[in-house]
Unconditional design. Structure first.
Length: 439
């Protein structure tokens, strides 16, 4: 289980919706971090967390995973917030393990009618896997785009229009990146939520306090009117917009603080804070050993085959933070970051993937999100062509390279594609490494 942590104060557990990851809460965590220690895991099969080892996991399976994570992390009482499916999983956990909870805030908890569930059905969850020529990217972008236009997303009908449609490329980018990371596991989280049933405890139940809320424009807001009598200490409220919604939930959770603790971490992976060379942020790392293995520009350590070595995502790559401004093109700045990592882990040797051949301006074209998701298809074409020609943009017989068919399998291309899309400093790193050679 991978999790994000931010802030200072009583601990609050945040569970994201499907098919997102804990990245969904980054803005909220920076705001709430002034009042709480926010701990937001990636649910199993989403973000960077491993999937559950069961076929077609249920709501109870996800709820049990939440409890297992909370126990492993060190929670001694859970104050939590969850949105949509995240709230559904938390509600199931609270109903079955009320002694584990201090308080619960839920955004957009559903109370579906049978006809509504039948209306959504399995059509909501088509299989999702990388396709050889990137067709899955067109579906992913437009599916996430149109879910803000009507509900469910696959029924474009006037009667199903939503009040706040948008086509914000950056908002879509974040959602699509999470969908690409989860792959076909996205169906498990959705299916579990849609088949959960109504888990709100009976009015007579002895349970911790809860705050069930939603905001204008959320399809689940209307469902609050369907709730039966709630347990003592449970309230509902509708807010005008998401900021008001999160503010109200923070106020509620602050009234019911959970005991403080120091969250547990693994010893073979994590994030190291580095302030050097003009970089001030987190470096993602994994592994151990006296040798540090560095990826090439536009890649990340999860596409490396090196074992028995320490690996990091360089700034502006993978899961590491980006540079605060324009990425530097002098290698000294990058070396300072690498040196801090080496000193921290007692590294003796540094190895680097070779640079790809070609001109940086051509190797790394603009991949900023556009309204139609064309950047995703462009990136897929790049990683595919790179296995056929060197440089990838020089489509000529003289530039042909030996084709490794196994390396062009769709799932392997998908990992390289995700790394390239995540890279905000690929061209700068390439130029910096070229300057290092000239010194």
């Amino acid at each position: 289980m991978h999790y994000r942590k931010c802030g200072d104060g009583p601990p609050v557990l945040l569970i994201h919706q499907s098919p997102r990851s804990s990245a969904e809460y980054e803005t909220v965590m920076r705001q709430w971090g002034e009042r709480f220690t926010c701990i937001a895991p990636d649910s199993p099969g989403f973000g960077q967390s491993d999937p559950l080892p069961v076929e077609r996991p249920s709501t109870a399976d996800y709820a049990d995973a939440i409890i297992a994570f909370a126990d492993a992390a060190g929670f001694r009482g859970i104050a939590a917030y969850g949105f949509h499916s995240g709230g559904i999983f938390l509600m199931n956990a609270l109903r079955r393990y009320p002694e584990k909870f201090v308080a619960l805030g839920v955004g957009g908890y559903p109370c579906f009618r049978e006809d509504e569930l039948a209306d959504v059905g399995e059509d909501y969850l088509p299989p999702f896997a990388p396709k050889e020529f990137g067709e899955h990217l067109v579906w992913a972008w437009n599916r996430m785009l149109e879910q803000s236009w009507y509900f469910p997303w696959f029924k474009p009908e006037n009667s199903r229009r939503l009040p706040n449609p948008h086509a914000d490329p950056m908002a879509l980018q974040n959602m699509v990146m999470d969908l690409l990371a989860s792959g076909d596991s996205y169906r498990d989280g959705y299916r579990a939520a849609l088949t959960a049933g109504f888990d709100v405890p009976a009015a007579t139940a002895s349970v911790p306090p809860a705050f069930l809320s939603s905001y204008h424009g959320d399809p689940m807001t209307a469902h609050m009117k369907r709730f039966p009598a709630l347990p003592s200490g449970w309230t509902t409220q509708e807010q005008s917009d998401p900021p008001s919604h999160f503010a109200a939930n923070a106020d509620f959770l602050e009234k019911h603080p959970a005991p403080a603790f120091t969250p547990a971490t693994d010893e073979d992976a994590g994030f190291l804070h580095v302030s050097a060379g003009g970089f001030d942020g987190l470096i993602h790392w994994q592994g151990a050993g006296k040798t540090l293995h560095l990826h090439a520009p536009g890649r990340s350590f999860d596409v490396l085959s090196a074992s028995g070595r320490l690996k990091i995502d360089l700034p502006g790559h993978g899961l590491s933070d980006p540079w605060g401004g324009e990425p530097p093109v002098d290698y000294d700045a990058w070396q300072r970051v690498i040196s801090v990592v080496c000193a921290h882990f007692n590294v003796e040797n540094v190895e680097s993937e070779p640079l790809p051949k070609g001109e940086p301006d051509l190797l790394y074209p603009d991949l900023n999100p556009d309204r139609f998701g064309g950047h995703l298809v462009k990136a897929w074409a790049i990683v595919r062509a790179a296995h056929v020609f060197e440089p990838w943009y020089a489509t000529a017989r003289d530039n042909a390279v030996s084709i490794d068919t196994a390396a062009m399998a769709a799932d392997k291309l998908a990992r390289e594609h995700l790394a390239l899309i995540r890279s905000s400093a690929a061209k700068a790193l390439h130029i910096a490494r070229l300057s290092e050679r000239m010194i």
